[in-house]
Write a protein that binds this ligand. Structure first.
Ligand code: FAD
Ligand code: SF4
Length: 509
């Protein structure tokens, strides 16, 4: 191996041709380093499609860099029998290439950043850490926003970013006369269900991707999920095509049906852009600009466009801020003392509860579920049952093609499980089966009755909702936003309370 001045490290979720890692790159003296390693697929028991999307996108990115004339030191997994972690692979390569400096953009996981610092420290090599210009905001921006505030709320952060980046603003005021159109974005489908919904990612796999799919089946055959339907975008061109299609075909109705669910319709009107954004095949600015342009051109209503932009300029940036501000202790938080194990059916989909069967089934088939399925079906059930948030986090990090810890962890541990005690959300997202019944047709095909909290056909969500209120009564009484729920709890007599507690205990067993 020739000796190298700077080694520019690119991880699997940093496939951005505009990345700050390339600043100052001199092709005749510097090289790019990328590696496929077992450990990243195994430290949480990753879904086959999650492993495949990362590897296929990395290989396409490597090939594109080589075409541009960059030297890329790349380790393929099938030739890498002795290396489990990126740190041991990098240690060996650093010794061989005798680089003077390692350059990297902030990784997507705290663990990886620490590993990198350790490797460079032990090798006595300077590490230059650069901020990730893919995002609108930096962790420092978020700390400045958080400083001096008693409580953090996404809404205030989001409004700041709208003003700062002049997104959906007119004469210094929010476009459409309001910051938030959430009330218009809670529609459910009528009896006939969604009209002409999305048919899914639908990309054709080329030879590079096919080779990856074979490798994943061979090496990770016992991992969850199936590769059969794999059709995710793994290049920038594919991701751009998806963006264009979404803006033209689905954005106008995205907002209204954002929270709705329907049997055997995994995609509905969602954008399916999260994996491309998180791999950095797409830049959030181009996505936000395309949506805003559709509004300006009169092709999409403000409620849909605002609802979509809020997810990217608001939530996506906000959760990243929370992650970097509170790691590493954040991952161990368990404010509600939840200690139950994650039910086995999360890994198999083997349950007769229709909403869970649908949400988990499509997750295992496609590596995808949309936001409300994640929050108000799989997340809600784990929350109400009292599952250890770390186990819930490990499941979500393993099973989705868009899962990277900086975005997954605050969504799971904070928003969905209330494990951070209110840092992300002002109250736990809890509901009975009636919410699922309102937003979907799942209950119509379920042996349980969403209205019933006890009895043979009681809906477990409804039983566990009341049990959750009883178990955490003292804590929840102190939260103003829970006063309605707690007042309803006060209406239950002792007999009803003990029947609920007993039914909940049986569900746990
Ligand atoms: C328990 C739980 C776990 C989640 N885990 C992940 C994860 O691992 N990776 C991930 O990218 N998102 C995660 N989300 C957020 C959200 O569910 C997904 O981004 C979304 O479902 C992806 O599908 P889509 O691209 O079709 O999104 P759309 O519904 O079309 O939304 C558009 C985009 O907005 C962004 N977005 C939407 N909601 C959020 C959010 N809450 N936080 C951050 N960005 C958001 C995504 O980039 C998404 O592509 C999670 C949410 C919950 C409740
Ligand atoms: S009845 Fe309950 S368990 Fe069955 S689909 Fe409805 S919410 Fe889910």
């Amino acid at each position: 191996m020739k000796s190298i001045r700077n080694l520019h490290i690119i991880f699997g979720d940093q496939l951005d041709h505009q990345s700050a890692v390339f600043d100052g790159f001199e092709p005749d003296q510097d090289a790019v380093w990328m590696a496929e390693v077992d450990y990243e697929a195994k430290h949480v028991w990753s879904h086959k499609q999650r492993i495949a999307i990362f590897l296929a996108a990395m290989r396409h990115f490597r090939d594109a860099l080589r075409e541009k004339g960059y030297e890329v030191l790349y380790t393929e997994l099938d030739s890498n029998k002795d290396t489990e972690k990126f740190s041991s692979r990098l240690t060996k390569d650093l010794k061989a290439c005798r680089a003077e400096k390692v350059i990297v953009v902030r990784p997507g996981e705290w663990r990886v950043l620490q590993g990198l610092k350790k490797v460079c420290n032990e090798a006595g090599i300077e590490l230059e850490l650069r901020e990730d210009t893919h995002f609108y905001t930096t962790p420092e921006d978020f700390e400045a926003h958080a400083s001096g505030r008693k409580a953090l709320r996404m809404e205030f952060f989001y409004r700041e970013q709208r003003k700062r980046f002049n997104v959906l603003m007119e004469d210094g005021k929010p476009a459409g006369g309001d910051w938030n159109f959430d009330k218009e974005n809670r529609g459910s489908f009528g009896k006939s269900g969604p009209e002409a919904p999305n048919t899914g990612p639908g990309h054709r796999n080329d030879a590079t991707t096919e080779a990856v799919l074979q490798l994943v089946e061979k090496r990770f055959g016992d991992h969850p999920g199936s590769l059969e339907s794999f059709a995710w975008p793994v290049t920038r061109d594919e991701a751009l095509r998806d963006l264009k299609k979404f803006i033209a075909e689905r954005l106008p109705v995205f907002g209204h049906y954002q929270d709705a669910m329907w049997t055997d319709e995994p995609w509905l009107y969602h954008s399916l852009l999260s994996s491309s954004l998180n791999l950095k095949l797409l830049n959030p600015r181009e996505v936000v600009e395309a949506a805003e342009q559709a509004y300006r051109d009169g092709d999409a209503p403000i409620a849909a466009v605002e609802g979509f932009i809020r997810q990217i300029l608001g939530w996506r940036e906000y959760v990243r801020g929370i992650y970097w501000m509170h790691m590493p202790e954040y991952i161990d938080r368990n404010a509600m003392g939840a200690e139950e194990p994650l039910p086995d059916f999360y890994w198999t989909g083997d349950t007769d509860l229709e909403c869970l069967k649908q949400s988990i089934g499509q997750t295992l088939e496609q590596g995808y579920a949309h936001h409300i399925q994640r929050l108000m079906v799989t997340g809600l059930y784990a929350l109400l049952l009292g599952v250890d948030p770390k186990q819930v986090h490990e499941w979500y990090l393993a099973v989705y093609v868009d899962a990277v810890e900086w975005v997954e962890l605050p969504n799971v541990l904070g928003m969905s499980q209330y494990g951070d005690g209110g840092l992300m959300a002002s109250k736990p997202y809890i509901a009975t089966g009636s919410y699922i019944n309102k937003m979907s047709n799942y209950c119509k095909q379920c042996p349980k009755n969403p209205k019933k909290r006890t009895g043979e056909d009681a809906c477990p969500f409804t039983t566990l909702y009341w049990d959750y209120l009883m178990r955490h009564e003292d804590t929840l009484r102190g939260n103003n936003r829970m006063s309605l729920q707690v007042r309803n709890l006060d209406r239950l007599d002792d007999k009803e309370r003990s029947a609920i507690a007993e039914a909940a205990q049986q569900l746990r067993q």
